[in-house]
Write a protein that binds this ligand. Sequence first.
Ligand code: UTP
Length: 295
Amino acid sequence: MIKKCLFPVAGYGTRFLPATKAMPKEILPILDKPLVQYGVEEALEAGLTDIGFVTGRGKRAIEDHFDVSYELEHQIRGTGKEKRLDGIRQLIEQCTFSYTRQSSMKGLGHAVLTGRNLIGDEPFGVVLADDLCFGDAGSGGTADGEGVLAQMIRLYHQFRCSIVAIEEIPADQTHHYGVIAGEALSDSLFRVSTMVEKPAPEAAPSNLAIIGRYVLTPDIFTLLEQTEPGKNGEIQLTDALLKQAVDGGVIAYKFAGRRFDCGSLHGFVEATNYCYQRFYGETDPPTVARFDRSR
Ligand code: UTP
């Protein structure tokens, strides 16, 4: 059983300055819920209840969010506003939260390695909370659709190796992503043979980009220890994954659902409009006049 999920949240979020100057990017809300809460809900839906955060300076708000606020609870007890905390209360009851600090920002691979003491020697999920993911409505037999991480955990039990989520991207976007190529096992599954971090379009092995959802086997930690700084002088998770892929140990999965890059302004706005439609059934963004403040 996979129980643990790592959230690397130490990054500076420079694409969202000045909003992220004093506030973690992961606390930015889509509608009325912080990005990181969507991520933890997805992990819980996949059965992962041990949540580990790799944090950094200025990220205290994340710890406070996943803790009880007694003054606030007291203040709104018995009022209609109490139900607004139902979702976060359930997460606090059903999950455990642990934290460790990445003292210098040496890249995503280094952040995952920093989380080793929270994970130990077992397979685990990784969620990059600024990638907001939703399963296709109706997939997995539920009205809301099976979440992307839940889809990947199922695949882990089938293949027993690392699983990375991928999606097709426009050719001119490859320099933002790790890009894979491999043997197609089906329309949505590839056994990865190569992957390149942030390639120029002409150097990209395909248009299949890794997004912020992973299931990793614990040998990744030793491989990360042995990984030299790569692109941008950072320890790249992609470089360690490539070492696993050499032995056939990485499956790439074109997930059923939607993903929004909420670390970018465009993706953030798109996600906001999508969620407003999906959760409130509204097609147009609200105007001040008709926005129902009770929701
Ligand atoms: P990003 O590439 O999105 O970097 O990191 P960032 O700093 O968060 O955002 P920008 O590009 O400056 O706007 C991908 C994920 O890896 C984490 C980030 O928190 C994010 O979830 N990360 C990255 C770390 O935890 N530590 C690092 O050293 C680098």
